[in-house]
Design a protein around this ligand. Structure first.
Ligand code: AKG
Length: 283
């Protein structure tokens, strides 16, 4: 038995590339984080241009701006599960707030997270934490079990304003629907998925927003393959490698220091995402 995940479920994670559901917090704590998300990250929806997508946004890496989000990505229930998968020395590399408004057309095409992160080795794990009910009707994440075992697959950019990924990354060959598995989650529950597992999500057809956070955790031994030196947040254990500049947690809410850290971290991230050798090969 790991800290949080049984041997059986861990074996299923290795075989299928995901595990769900796991409980992070109770419904009351999830509701409290949801209120913070609505208060702090409710800025207007998707910008019209691709350049706009890369402006500092409170929906990307909010843990560098808001103490509540810094606590969220450090929550012991999530970190214990992540530790079972990648070991005790853990960095947060990235986080995206996935906010699908009620009855909206936005969707996420089939993709592997590894395609645009440029991390090696492929040990990155994403924790997807639901703050509202994430159901098939509201466009929950679906997975193609076992697809992580095929390694990095070719993707191309899909220029469609409804696509919610920064580059529109879409795998060349979409899986058959019958082989895929939806991952419904209740508020406060989360899933873990492997950086190479194919996943996607459909538009939100429900009468309520679907809101969750995709938190990217890596062990400190993982490095970035690009030439831009990136930053990351040490959230558990020790960093004996120094592959990333370590980011300070925000002390005040979106104060000047936090905004500077956030802007710097995102600038480097976008710059790197344009110059990763693996990515140009895959695209
Ligand atoms: O929230 C979604 O619908 C997609 C999430 C996703 O692609 C991810 O967390 O890697």
């Amino acid at each position: 038995m790991g800290k949080r995940i049984s041997e059986e479920r861990l074996a299923a994670y290795r075989r299928d590339g995901y595990v769900a559901p796991l409980r992070a917090v109770d419904a009351a704590q999830a509701a409290s984080w949801l209120a913070e998300v609505r208060r702090c990250c409710g800025e207007a929806a998707r910008p019209a241009s691709e350049a706009g997508l890369r402006q500092p946004s409170t929906r990307v890496k909010p843990y560098l701006l808001f103490p509540w989000a810094a606590a969220l990505v450090r929550h012991p229930a999530i970190l214990d599960a992540v530790e079972d998968v990648i070991g005790p020395d853990i960095l947060v590399f990235h986080t995206t707030l996935w906010w699908k408004p009620a009855r909206s057309e936005g969707f996420v095409p089939w993709h592997q997270d590894a395609t645009y992160f440029g991390l090696a080795p492929h040990e990155h794990v994403t924790a997807w934490l639901a703050l509202t009910p994430s159901t098939e009707e509201s466009g929950c994440v679906s997975i193609l079990p076992g697809s992580h075992r095929h390694g990095q697959l070719p993707h191309s950019d899909r220029k469609d304003p409804r696509v919610m990924l920064s580059r529109g990354q879409t795998v060349a060959l979409a899986p058959e629907a019958a082989e895929t598995v939806p991952i419904p989650l209740a508020p406060g529950e989360f899933s873990l998925h492997d950086t190479l597992v194919l996943h996607a999500s459909a538009p939100n057809r429900a009468a309520e927003d679907r809101i969750g956070l995709g938190i990217s955790y890596i062990p400190t031994r993982v490095r970035h393959v690009g030439t831009t030196r990136l930053s990351a947040s040490l959230v558990r254990g020790e960093d004996r490698y120094g592959h990333f500049d370590l980011e300070p947690a925000p002390r005040g809410e979106a104060d000047a220091a936090a905004r500077a850290t956030h802007a710097d971290s995102l600038d480097r991230f976008w710059l790197a995402s344009e110059s990763i050798p693996e990515m140009s090969l895959a695209h």
